[in-house]
Design a protein around this ligand. Structure first.
Ligand SMILES: [Zn+2]
Length: 279
């Protein structure tokens, strides 16, 4: 599933590809992709993609006017640019045609992704967008911010808190596990048991790992590609995610997998001490 580094990489790739291309047609082949209550994408005909924003895992496009197109790729969504129009593929659900013969296609095998076309005010109606926590790469992000947001939930497990988009925007299962490993914190540790030093390590790891992952254009296991259909490179730098049974890069002990908050979690049982029974 695309997380912050993958969505940011898609944004950057489209920023290189789409400006100054006039939209000549918009086709929606699967109406469920368009969120209920949103405007008709056909009103974008004649416009150009001008603004390329991102908030958490949401892409936010502007067209020089009031329209705001919000896209969430969810599990398997891809925004693919083709320099020449291609025959429609099975899971192509939305298509923007441009005046120069190129196209932008939204392909999504699981079809969980969503488009919202609205205006600046209507962004408050986009599910989840308005309640996002701070971006770890925001200048104001800090260990103090993280502590302030989790302080009311001392019994919550730290992995669940990292995945909660209201607390920190953009982390998913891959980067949460990598952050916990880098900080030496077990995924099941209760928030209330974390020391100030551990909170600082977690905050620093969120920033370093996301920045490195963006620099390497995200992580590709199966589906993820950028707007140019290119895979990411950060899968070559992962320390624990999807590495059950392999040696820990720090201590050589075997990496384990458990379920935490309903998600597979990979960790080193030595470098990341399990919670004590009284925690
Ligand atoms: Zn280890």
């Amino acid at each position: 599933m695309p997380e912050l580094p993958e969505v940011e990489t898609v944004r950057r790739s489209l920023l290189q590809l789409l400006p100054q291309k006039k939209i000549t047609a918009v086709e929606v082949f699967k109406p469920q992709i368009i969120a209920a209550g949103g405007a008709d994408l056909a009103q974008l005909v004649g416009r150009e993609f001008v603004d390329f924003g991102r908030r958490g895992k949401y892409l936010l496009f502007g067209f020089g006017g009031d329209e705001r197109l919000v896209v969430h790729l969810r599990m398997t969504g891809k925004l693919l640019y083709h320099a020449e129009a291609l025959p429609r593929e099975k899971h192509d659900h939305v298509r923007f045609a441009f005046a120069d013969g190129s196209e932008l296609v939204y392909n999504d095998i699981r079809a969980f992704g969503r488009f919202w076309l609205t205006d600046e005010q209507g962004l408050t109606e986009v599910s989840g967008l308005n309640s996002l926590g701070m971006e770890p790469l925001d200048e104001e992000f800090s260990a103090e911010y993280w502590r302030s947001r989790v302080a009311k939930r001392p019994r919550a497990m730290v992995k669940a808190a990292l995945l909660d988009q209201h607390i920190v925007a953009g982390l998913g299962n891959i980067y949460a596990d990598e952050v916990l490993f880098a900080a030496g914190v077990h995924p099941e540790r209760p928030i209330g048991s974390l020391t100030a030093e551990e909170d600082s390590k977690l905050a620093a790891a969120m920033q370093q790992i996301l920045a490195n992952a963006i620099a390497n254009r995200g992580t590709t296991f199966r589906d993820y590609v950028d707007g140019n259909n290119e895979k990411g490179g950060y899968q070559n730098f992962l320390q624990v995610f999807q590495k059950k049974g392999q040696p820990c890069p720090n201590c050589g002990c075997t990496i384990e997998r458990i379920k935490v908050a309903g998600r597979s979690s990979f960790f080193c049982p030595v470098c990341q001490h399990p919670p004590k029974s009284h925690e």
